[in-house]
Design a protein around this ligand. Structure first.
Ligand code: HEM
Length: 137
Protein backbone atom coordinates (compact mmCIF):
# COMPACT_ATOMS: atom_id res chain seq x y z
CA UNK A 1 0.00 0.00 0.00
CA UNK A 2 2.81 2.40 0.90
CA UNK A 3 4.50 1.59 -2.39
CA UNK A 4 1.29 2.30 -4.24
CA UNK A 5 0.87 5.68 -2.53
CA UNK A 6 4.48 6.51 -3.28
CA UNK A 7 4.01 5.63 -6.94
CA UNK A 8 0.85 7.73 -7.14
CA UNK A 9 2.65 10.69 -5.56
CA UNK A 10 5.47 10.31 -8.07
CA UNK A 11 2.98 10.21 -10.94
CA UNK A 12 1.24 13.37 -9.75
CA UNK A 13 4.54 15.14 -9.31
CA UNK A 14 5.54 14.07 -12.79
CA UNK A 15 2.36 15.51 -14.29
CA UNK A 16 2.67 18.88 -12.59
CA UNK A 17 6.36 19.13 -13.44
CA UNK A 18 5.93 18.63 -17.18
CA UNK A 19 4.03 21.55 -18.70
CA UNK A 20 3.67 21.45 -22.50
CA UNK A 21 6.94 22.80 -23.85
CA UNK A 22 6.86 26.31 -25.28
CA UNK A 23 7.73 27.14 -28.88
CA UNK A 24 10.84 28.79 -27.46
CA UNK A 25 11.95 25.46 -25.99
CA UNK A 26 11.18 23.70 -29.28
CA UNK A 27 13.42 26.22 -31.05
CA UNK A 28 16.21 25.14 -28.72
CA UNK A 29 15.87 27.80 -26.02
CA UNK A 30 18.34 30.66 -25.74
CA UNK A 31 21.10 28.75 -27.54
CA UNK A 32 18.79 27.66 -30.34
CA UNK A 33 17.38 31.14 -30.95
CA UNK A 34 20.87 32.69 -30.87
CA UNK A 35 22.04 30.19 -33.48
CA UNK A 36 18.98 30.69 -35.72
CA UNK A 37 19.44 34.48 -35.67
CA UNK A 38 23.15 34.08 -36.39
CA UNK A 39 22.40 31.90 -39.44
CA UNK A 40 19.70 34.33 -40.55
CA UNK A 41 22.19 37.21 -40.53
CA UNK A 42 24.73 35.14 -42.48
CA UNK A 43 22.00 34.40 -45.05
CA UNK A 44 20.94 38.05 -45.28
CA UNK A 45 24.57 39.08 -45.80
CA UNK A 46 24.75 36.75 -48.83
CA UNK A 47 21.39 37.70 -50.27
CA UNK A 48 21.46 40.28 -53.05
CA UNK A 49 17.68 40.68 -52.80
CA UNK A 50 17.98 42.45 -49.43
CA UNK A 51 21.61 43.17 -48.51
CA UNK A 52 21.45 46.81 -49.65
CA UNK A 53 18.69 47.41 -47.09
CA UNK A 54 21.13 46.64 -44.27
CA UNK A 55 23.88 49.07 -45.33
CA UNK A 56 24.93 51.16 -42.32
CA UNK A 57 22.80 49.10 -39.90
CA UNK A 58 24.30 48.33 -36.47
CA UNK A 59 24.21 44.54 -36.89
CA UNK A 60 24.90 43.76 -33.23
CA UNK A 61 21.89 45.86 -32.26
CA UNK A 62 19.82 44.19 -34.98
CA UNK A 63 20.95 40.77 -33.71
CA UNK A 64 20.09 41.40 -30.07
CA UNK A 65 16.78 43.05 -31.02
CA UNK A 66 15.80 40.08 -33.15
CA UNK A 67 16.85 37.50 -30.53
CA UNK A 68 14.79 39.37 -27.95
CA UNK A 69 11.81 39.68 -30.30
CA UNK A 70 11.78 35.97 -31.25
CA UNK A 71 12.12 35.04 -27.58
CA UNK A 72 9.12 37.21 -26.71
CA UNK A 73 6.83 35.93 -29.50
CA UNK A 74 7.73 32.27 -28.86
CA UNK A 75 6.93 32.28 -25.15
CA UNK A 76 10.51 32.42 -23.91
CA UNK A 77 9.60 34.88 -21.21
CA UNK A 78 11.51 37.87 -22.64
CA UNK A 79 9.95 41.26 -22.92
CA UNK A 80 10.81 42.88 -26.25
CA UNK A 81 11.91 46.39 -25.39
CA UNK A 82 12.66 47.75 -28.87
CA UNK A 83 10.45 49.99 -30.98
CA UNK A 84 7.31 48.47 -32.53
CA UNK A 85 7.67 46.62 -35.84
CA UNK A 86 5.83 49.47 -37.52
CA UNK A 87 8.19 52.15 -36.19
CA UNK A 88 11.34 50.09 -36.87
CA UNK A 89 10.41 49.49 -40.52
CA UNK A 90 8.64 52.76 -41.28
CA UNK A 91 9.79 55.00 -44.11
CA UNK A 92 11.52 52.28 -46.14
CA UNK A 93 8.69 50.99 -48.30
CA UNK A 94 9.89 47.40 -47.93
CA UNK A 95 8.26 45.25 -50.61
CA UNK A 96 6.44 41.93 -50.62
CA UNK A 97 9.42 40.38 -52.39
CA UNK A 98 11.80 41.65 -49.70
CA UNK A 99 9.51 40.35 -46.96
CA UNK A 100 9.46 36.93 -48.63
CA UNK A 101 13.24 37.01 -48.97
CA UNK A 102 13.64 37.57 -45.22
CA UNK A 103 11.20 34.71 -44.52
CA UNK A 104 13.12 32.51 -46.97
CA UNK A 105 16.37 33.32 -45.16
CA UNK A 106 14.76 32.51 -41.82
CA UNK A 107 13.52 29.14 -43.11
CA UNK A 108 17.01 28.32 -44.42
CA UNK A 109 18.48 29.32 -41.04
CA UNK A 110 16.04 27.00 -39.23
CA UNK A 111 16.75 24.17 -41.71
CA UNK A 112 20.44 24.61 -41.01
CA UNK A 113 19.75 24.27 -37.27
CA UNK A 114 17.58 21.17 -37.88
CA UNK A 115 14.40 22.79 -36.57
CA UNK A 116 11.48 20.48 -37.47
CA UNK A 117 9.05 21.81 -40.10
CA UNK A 118 6.14 21.92 -37.63
CA UNK A 119 8.17 24.11 -35.28
CA UNK A 120 9.30 26.30 -38.19
CA UNK A 121 5.67 26.80 -39.19
CA UNK A 122 4.70 27.72 -35.62
CA UNK A 123 7.29 30.50 -35.55
CA UNK A 124 6.36 31.72 -39.04
CA UNK A 125 2.70 31.86 -37.97
CA UNK A 126 3.62 34.09 -35.05
CA UNK A 127 5.62 36.43 -37.30
CA UNK A 128 3.07 36.53 -40.15
CA UNK A 129 0.93 39.25 -38.49
CA UNK A 130 3.99 41.56 -38.66
CA UNK A 131 3.64 41.60 -42.44
CA UNK A 132 1.24 44.53 -42.33
CA UNK A 133 3.60 46.54 -40.10
CA UNK A 134 6.71 45.87 -42.18
CA UNK A 135 5.66 46.05 -45.85
CA UNK A 136 4.89 49.31 -47.68
CA UNK A 137 5.25 51.46 -44.55
C1 HEM B 1 8.73 38.88 -40.52
C2 HEM B 1 9.36 39.96 -40.95
C3 HEM B 1 10.26 40.81 -40.07
C4 HEM B 1 10.44 40.81 -38.73
C5 HEM B 1 9.77 39.94 -37.68
C6 HEM B 1 11.45 41.80 -38.45
C7 HEM B 1 11.92 42.09 -37.18
C8 HEM B 1 12.88 43.04 -36.89
C9 HEM B 1 13.39 43.33 -35.57
C10 HEM B 1 12.94 42.65 -34.28
C11 HEM B 1 14.31 44.28 -35.69
C12 HEM B 1 15.20 44.86 -34.56
C13 HEM B 1 14.54 46.06 -33.94
C14 HEM B 1 15.36 46.60 -32.79
O1 HEM B 1 15.26 46.06 -31.69
O2 HEM B 1 16.10 47.57 -32.99
C15 HEM B 1 14.40 44.63 -37.10
C16 HEM B 1 15.23 45.58 -37.63
C17 HEM B 1 15.42 45.76 -38.97
N1 HEM B 1 14.72 45.18 -40.00
FE1 HEM B 1 13.25 43.84 -39.80
N2 HEM B 1 11.85 42.39 -39.61
C18 HEM B 1 11.14 41.81 -40.64
C19 HEM B 1 11.25 42.10 -41.97
C20 HEM B 1 12.15 42.96 -42.53
C21 HEM B 1 12.32 43.19 -43.94
C22 HEM B 1 11.47 42.59 -45.06
C23 HEM B 1 13.34 44.07 -44.08
C24 HEM B 1 13.96 44.62 -45.34
C25 HEM B 1 14.37 43.88 -46.33
C26 HEM B 1 13.81 44.40 -42.75
C27 HEM B 1 14.84 45.26 -42.46
C28 HEM B 1 15.24 45.63 -41.19
C29 HEM B 1 16.33 46.56 -40.94
C30 HEM B 1 17.16 47.28 -41.98
C31 HEM B 1 16.44 46.64 -39.54
C32 HEM B 1 17.45 47.49 -38.73
C33 HEM B 1 16.84 48.80 -38.39
C34 HEM B 1 17.83 49.69 -37.69
O3 HEM B 1 18.41 49.28 -36.68
O4 HEM B 1 17.99 50.81 -38.16
N3 HEM B 1 13.07 43.70 -41.83
N4 HEM B 1 13.52 43.85 -37.80
Amino acid sequence: MRTLLFLMALLMLGCSATPTSSLYQKLGGAQGVDAIVYELIVNIARDERVIDRFKGVDIERFRTGLVNYICSVSGGGCEYTGESMQVVHAGHQYTDTEFNAIVDNLIKAMDRRNVPTRTQNSLLARLAPDYQNVVYQ
